[in-house]
Design a binder for this molecule. Structure first.
Ligand code: SF4
Ligand code: SF4
Length: 111
């Protein structure tokens, strides 16, 4: 056992929870990797052949289940989605950008 601190663990804010989030990370562009196997209708190919998850007109990943507001391919979701950690810097940036873009006030924290 070593005592070297994990820098990634320290970068996660445990107060951030998916259960109180609009799943705004599902608006980010997700590049598909060779080992990813998602349904063909979810694949967007650009003119250079790069594959990303397809989005709807409002910018949400097509795999978002509109009724349950969750990932409809959770077990087969791409690698990048699997590695995207709740409370990580990328997660917090996505939430901040969403709030700023839509002028959503930061929730008041009652102590
Ligand atoms: S990972 Fe972050 S941005 Fe994505 S749903 Fe969870 S809290 Fe929201
Ligand atoms: S595949 Fe699932 S987890 Fe990944 S962006 Fe789409 S809805 Fe979100």
């Amino acid at each position: 056992m070593n005592n070297i601190p994990d820098p990634y663990a320290e970068s996660v804010d445990p107060s951030v929870q998916c259960t109180s989030c609009e799943a705004v990370c599902c608006r980010l562009t997700v590049v598909l990797l060779p080992d990813d196997h998602v349904p063909e209708w979810l694949i967007h190919r650009d003119e250079r052949g790069m594959e990303t998850l397809a989005k709807n007109e409002e910018g949400w990943c097509l795999a978002v289940d509109p009724d349950k507001l969750c990932c409809s391919i959770y077990e087969e979701r791409p690698t990048i989605c699997r590695k995207f950690a709740m409370g990580s810097p990328g997660c917090r940036d996505a939430r901040l950008e969403w709030r700023n873009h839509y002028s959503i006030p930061t929730p008041v924290v009652l102590i």
